[in-house]
Design a protein around this ligand. Structure first.
Ligand code: K7E
Ligand code: CUA
Length: 864
């Protein structure tokens, strides 16, 4: 056997079960002492700890603030799983660096301007009956009024819509209870058209509003043409929420500048912050979007601005569909209860939370009982008569989340840096917990749906200050996990996030999500359709049309086809690449050096890059994911020639060549290695079949992947044989090498399948046996003994049966090997291995555990 085969068979035969480890008693106390941990710390750690390979109960989608992204993490472990590029290019995903994702990103252009950042604020999950269905995620961009849709089948951004009339937004995205619409309310009032209007005409020409984006939950796309905006006064609308249950069909949006103050600090006016917070109350906007959706269908009822349907305030009022309720000063959050009956509003500059009651509001509306009208003719309802009650919570209340307990609500206190637990029905404060620092939103588990789950609340803090190692003046964000399952809250965990400021985050039970692991072959992931550039193995080609060069290529471990592309300087190059893999997680990335292009091709995906080859020269291109042992070889060259230049060929170096005899010898050697390797693969296949691998889905999937690799071998063998027949031994050797590569990949997955299968079918180790394995590995025994195999020392399978009173014999031998060196049996072993077993100074406990481990090995001897 040569080196290659030797290594491979060691991998196979020596693959040992990864057993659970057990620690000696007293270890926990020692770790606690060494690390200065209290018992409370350890309990909190245990509540959030997720063992390797474990799964979280909830997934959180958090706004990435100024990063323009969304991030995904698990609860309770707080492990970050993904950043999703939304309004911002995201190179890892190729987002914004390949044509298909650029097409999505460029949907977000505003008035022809490319915008490459966003200020993401409020993610929202699609709903059925007010409950999350795990299908779609929407999020708004405050800076450039846009809403994006993310598909939870692959966690990719699929659509961006630009608000055609707002210049800023904030009160989105909020799904209505059956995902009929997504609410996007304005923030900073501005003229709807794109013209200049002097600030002195603020009250006349500047407007706020709430856009109702029509959503199709089947395909997960907004239909801009079926959407409309409800015109609202320039009160600076802030957060919104959709009614549900009893209040379904209605929307709620608050505001913070009922003063309609416009500042002027530079001309000696008091600043905005003073003028906009002068009144004791601002306005909660209450609107019947369901009725207005019908109204908007008639052209007579709307004005068209920038191609978008707008319902004027007077039309909304005439249809009894728009009302105002005074609410305490500079409010922020407005949060509808799970049943839709209570609407809790928090005023940043008021110490109270105000709980409005939908049945009271509805009665005032039905009775047309108004206390007046605002300057735009919108009826105003009496605040006191709309209120269920108010509770004093502390300083700076902002946002609310609900739990699974009836009446229980959690409110973030920005100024006090606290989370307050209270009851919105009884209006009693129940508990307060300090957070660090200046909390904004908070995120309950499905805490704003019709079906809140309780268990945890996450504080999304604006400042981290001293919580982490200093990494410079720009600090990470701090998400803090709080256990709310007990009578009082308990802060479990700080998670720094090196991304933008979190505003809203939404959590969903992980079991509700069913993302796929691969695409149907040739899919354009951005459209969900088969890509025009889909290319299968054997269909690769380079097409020229004038100065346009189109490449139809494929990627599969571990080569890119084609491997050489020659174009003229100035040619426009389009490359469609398809990842032919079926195996889970076998992504290939692709870039051409110096051309600012990158794509991430998940199994089955096709994507496109396009660039003008305006630089002359030689440009390597390569796979950017370390996808196999031959990943570095997964490359090729783009050669760009200047058609106007004459290239003189370089002097050819005279290279030594092999004789036909030498070539034949190398060919024979390569074939022999392959034959031997195949025998090893066959033995693994036999093991897998003998142990019924098909009964275990994860193993069967791995075996599928292995066969996908092995299935490519016959075609390569044919090419090799053809080369031999044609007398080209050089080429034949290369094809035989390719066969070996395929065998290695087959083996790689095969080993994983075997290990997985063994872990599935082996009997469970007792704690003692697990401790024994640990002692065996850490005590140095495994340096000479490999289970199931004769190595530098004998195979220990069955060792307890080899001697009379075997357990005692082995225990004595481990404890004191020297005493047995004259024993005939041991003498023979020493001769054979040319090695004496050293005394590893095991304790009696360790020795007895090792004996248990040996028993476990014997129970499972057939698996080694
Ligand atoms: Cu930061 Cu919802 Cu934009 Cu409050 S918002 S914190
Ligand atoms: Cu494909 Cu590296």
């Amino acid at each position: 056997m040569n080196y290659k085969l030797n290594k491979l068979s060691t991998l196979f035969l020596g693959s040992v079960i990864a057993a659970s480890t057990a620690f000696a008693s007293g270890t926990l106390e020692k770790v606690m002492k060494d690390r200065g941990l209290t018992e409370t710390d350890v309990i909190r750690a245990a509540k959030t700890y997720l063992p390797s390979g474990g799964r979280d109960e909830f997934l959180v989608f958090s706004s990435g603030g100024q990063s323009g992204q969304v991030l995904v993490y698990g609860v309770p472990s707080m492990k970050i799983l993904k950043y999703i590029g939304v309004f911002t290019p995201e190179p890892w995903q190729g987002y914004g660096f390949d044509e298909d994702s650029k097409a999505v990103l460029r949907q977000g252009n505003i008035r022809g301007k490319e915008i490459n950042w966003g200020d993401t604020h409020h993610p929202a999950l699609s709903e059925v009956d007010g409950k999350y269905d795990g299908k779609w995620l929407a999020i708004n961009d405050k800076a450039n009024p846009r809403v994006a849709i993310i598909d939870l089948a692959d966690f990719e951004t699929k659509q961006i819509v630009v608000n055609p009339i707002f210049k800023s937004d904030h009160g989105g995205a909020f799904f209505t209870q059956n995902s009929e619409y997504i609410i996007e309310a304005c923030q900073y009032a501005a003229p709807y058209d794109n013209n200049y209007h002097p600030i002195e005409e603020y009250k006349e020409t500047y407007r706020g509003g709430a856009t109702m984006w029509k959503f199709d939950p089947k395909i997960g796309r907004i239909d801009a043409n079926a959407s409309f905006t409800i015109e609202m006064p320039p009160y600076m609308q802030d957060l919104s929420d959709a009614g549900k249950g009893v209040s379904h069909g209605w929307g709620f949006t608050n505001s913070f500048n009922s003063e309609m103050y416009t500042g002027g600090i530079e001309v000696g006016m008091p600043p905005n912050e003073a003028g906009m917070s002068r009144n004791d109350t601002d306005f909660l906007h209450v609107y019947n979007w369901e009725k207005l959706a019908e109204v908007a269908k008639d052209d007579k009822n709307v004005k068209i601005v920038n191609g978008h349907r707008v319902i004027p305030m007077e039309v909304a009022v005439a249809n009894n569909a728009l009302f105002l309720i005074p609410e305490p000063k500079s409010p922020h959050g407005v949060d509808v209860s799970p049943d839709g009956e209570y609407i809790t509003v928090c005023g940043k500059l008021d110490t109270h939370a105000s709980v409005f009651k939908w049945s009271k509001i509805k009665k005032l509306i039905d009775d047309k009982k108004y206390v007046g009208k605002d300057p735009y003719g919108i009826p105003i309802l009496d605040m006191k008569e709309s209120l269920h009650g108010q509770v004093e919570l502390g300083l700076g209340p902002l946002h609310n989340q609900y739990s699974n307990i009836d009446g229980e609500i959690y409110t973030s206190m920005y100024v006090d840096s606290q989370v307050v637990k209270w009851n919105y029905k009884t209006l009693k404060v129940l508990d307060k917990e300090n957070v660090h620092y200046n909390i904004g939103h908070l995120c309950g588990m499905e805490g704003k749906s019709a079906d809140p789950q309780g268990k945890y609340i996450i504080a999304l803090n604006k400042l981290a200050i001293d919580r982490f190692q200093n990494v410079g003046p720009l600090h990470p964000q701090n998400h803090q996990l709080i256990d709310i399952s007990g009578k009082t809250m308990d802060l479990l965990y700080d998670m720094p996030i090196p991304l933008g400021e979190p505003h809203q985050a939404v959590a969903i039970r992980a079991e509700k999500l069913h993302p796929h692991v691969r695409y149907p072959m040739g899919t354009n992931s951005k459209t969900g359709k088969i890509h025009v550039g889909k290319t299968l193995a054997g269909q690769e080609k380079i097409v020229r049309d004038g100065n346009k060069v189109t490449v139809y290529g494929t990627m599969v471990r571990s080569h890119i086809n084609p491997e050489r592309i020659t174009v003229n300087k100035g040619d426009v190059v389009t490359m469609h690449l398809t990842n032919l893999e079926r195996a889970q997680d076998e992504t290939h990335g692709f870039t051409v050096d110096n051309y600012d292009v990158h794509m991430s091709l998940e199994p089955g995906e096709t994507a496109t890059i396009k660039f003008t080859a305006d630089l002359e020269g030689v440009f390597p291109y390569y796979c950017t994911e370390f996808c196999s042992a031959l990943h570095l070889e997964m490359m090729g060259y783009l050669m760009v020639k200047d058609p106007n230049k004459k290239y003189v060929s370089a002097q050819k170096l005279k290279m030594a060549t092999m004789t036909p005899g030498e070539l034949k010898a190398e060919y024979d050697k390569t074939v022999a290695v392959n034959t031997a390797t195949q025998a090893v693969i066959n033995s693994v296949v036999k093991f897998l079949k003998d142990n019924k691998f098909a009964d275990h889905k994860v193993v069967a999937d791995l075996v599928d992947d292995a066969f996908a690799q092995a299935g490519q071998i016959p075609a390569q063998k044919k090419l090799s044989d053809e080369a031999v027949a044609a007398g080209d031994m050089e080429k034949a050797i290369l094809f035989e090498n390719m066969i070996w590569q395929l065998m290695v990949k087959t083996a790689d997955v095969g080993i994983r399948a075997k290990d997985t299968l063994v872990s599935k079918i082996a009997t469970k180790q007792s704690n003692a046996a697990a401790a024994g394995k640990r002692a065996f590995d850490e005590g140095g025994c495994s340096g000479c003994h490999v289970v199931g195999k004769v190595s530098s020392g004998p195979d220990l399978t069955g060792v307890l049966q080899r001697h009379v009173d075997g357990e005692k014999w082995v225990a004595n031998f481990i404890k004191n090997p020297e005493h047995k060196f004259d024993d005939d049996y041991v003498k023979g072993m020493i001769d054979y291995f040319n090695l004496k077993m050293p005394n590893q100074h095991m304790t009696d406990q360790e020795i007895s555990d090792i004996i248990e481990y040996f028993k476990w090995i014997d129970e499972n001897a057939n698996l080694f």
